[in-house]
Write a protein that binds this ligand. Structure first.
Ligand code: CP
Ligand code: NVA
Length: 307
């Protein structure tokens, strides 16, 4: 991609609909090869740096395993074990890291910080979760839906719970891919209109049961996201009526799937019965982080010139 402007994946709408469709198609190819134990190493000699300012299990393992499987190597740093924890500016960190590696994934707090990193980076930057968005998660989630139920166009996704990074990313995806998101949040925890412009892709409901009615997918996430731990007790009380349970699932389409980005708190945002139930695809969803992010890295580093 010499001479081309660097592409980043900081938000879902950094990619066009056509690019997302391409990434989903490549996810399928890459997954099929993986399942057949067929080596696919187009990223030999490429290095991924991962910067974690928040904890992770899935994001770390899926990016790290994915890069090794594609023939590359990985460097993992955190705030605590790098100079980021001693206040080295993000702009300086970006200029240094991006002279040494081919692609960077960052998990941090404010989206603005990620954007500052990307502005100073010589190489593609991937959002591994910020307070505002989690686009890698939604790539995997939509691929999982397509695998189980076919195209997402015209479908309805019901989001029950906190208006958080994962919810805002669903909304961006809905605009790009032509589906609708029904959202129900407790009073005082609603959508920030700056992150969720109104439109036909979005419908807001007071009642979780109303939001779930007829939906093709029910999804939720923790009541307290990373960085908001001080609000934990207050949130536990406010969100008590926003648990995905059998009643919520029964209001949805009989074919509805259940998804959760994980980690989950059983007995809070979801019951054990639902997450372990027949409609739940949470383990496929987690596995698909691996395949979708391999397709994402392939696209950012090699474009469409792949076999
Ligand atoms: N869903 C997700 O991003 O999980 P981790 O926090 O474990 O990476
Ligand atoms: N909304 C959660 C997602 C964790 C993967 C958080 O930001 O903590």
């Amino acid at each position: 991609m010499h001479g081309q402007p660097i592409r980043h994946f900081l938000r879902m709408d950094d990619f066009s609909t056509d690019e997302l469709v391409h990434v989903f198609a490549r996810t399928q190819v890459i997954k099929d090869r993986f399942k057949r134990y067929q080596p696919y190493r187009p990223l030999t000699d490429r290095t991924l740096a991962m910067v974690f300012e928040k904890a992770s299990t899935r994001t770390r393992v899926s990016f790290e395993a994915g890069m090794y499987q594609m023939g590359g190597s990985v460097i993992h740093i955190t705030t605590g074990d790098s100079q980021l924890g001693r206040a080295e500016p993000i702009e300086d960190t970006a200029r240094v890291i991006s002279r040494m590696v081919d692609i960077v994934m960052i998990r941090t707090y404010e989206q603005a910080k990620l954007e500052r990193f990307a502005r100073y980076s010589r190489v593609p930057v991937i959002n591994g979760l910020t307070n505002e968005y989690h686009p890698c998660q939604i790539l995997a989630d939509i691929f999982t839906f397509i695998e189980h139920r076919g195209p997402v166009v015209g479908r309805t996704v019901a989001w029950i719970g906190d208006a958080n990074n994962v919810a805002y990313t669903w909304l961006q995806a809905a605009q790009l891919l032509g589906f609708r998101v029904n959202i129900s949040t407790p009073p005082g925890y609603g959508l920030d209109p700056r992150l969720a412009p109104a439109g036909p892709h979005l419908a807001v409901f007071d009642s979780p049961l109303e939001a779930a009615r007829g939906a093709d997918l029910i999804t939720t996430d923790v009541w307290t996201s990373m960085g908001f731990e001080a609000e934990n007790e207050q949130r536990r009380r406010a969100f008590a009526g926003w648990q995905v349970d059998e009643r919520v699932m029964a209001a949805a389409s009989p074919e509805a799937l259940f998804m959760h980005c994980l980690p989950a708190h059983r007995g809070e945002e979801v019951t054990n019965e639902v997450i372990e139930g027949a409609q739940s695809v949470v383990w496929d969803e987690a596995e698909n982080r691996l395949h979708a992010q391999k397709a994402l890295m392939e696209y950012l580093l090699l474009g469409r010139e792949v076999d």
